[in-house]
Design a protein around this ligand. Structure first.
Ligand SMILES: [Zn+2]
Length: 147
């Protein structure tokens, strides 16, 4: 359990985040944790933050959480090196340009099916190309099911 409140500092405190002092008469964020131990004893910990530091550490924690979430979903994008990311972007662009050409062809009154088959084949090949660069995007697979 956690309680958080803002108070005006009466006694000089120490900011948990930036390690600097919080001076008297300045607002501070107080964060109080409670734990109830198995033997029934309560354990309490109080921490002080500058209000801006409280926000900073909160944002940092939220970003960390978001990153973990993406990693857990198995996208593995953050594991890719920059060179890999650039390569992946190129493949994605190639794929969307093929998808565009496919749409243009299909919207014609008399689509050239040889051309359509050719574009589809190239898009299919791109799946193998992008696989080592973080896997086939879900959207590509959905497109496949629809077609
Ligand atoms: Zn601070």
């Amino acid at each position: 359990m956690m309680n958080v409140w803002i108070t005006i500092t009466r006694k000089k405190a120490h900011c948990r985040y930036c390690e600097k002092d919080i001076t008297v008469q300045q607002p501070q964020v107080v964060c109080q944790y409670f734990w109830v131990l198995r033997n029934g004893k309560k354990w309490m910990k109080k921490m002080s933050f500058h209000p801006q530091c409280w926000v900073k550490q909160g944002v940092a924690a939220a970003k960390e959480k978001a990153k973990e979430y993406v990693e857990k979903r198995g996208r593995k994008r953050s594991d890719l090196s920059d060179a890999h990311k650039v390569e992946r972007e190129k493949i994605l662009r190639r794929h969307s340009s093929f998808a565009h050409r496919l749409n243009v062809e299909m919207e014609k009154d008399g689509p050239n099916y040889e051309k359509v088959a050719n574009i589809c084949e190239k898009m299919e090949l791109l799946k193998g190309v992008i696989e080592p660069y973080g896997g086939v995007p879900k959207s590509w697979i959905t497109e496949d099911n629809d077609g």
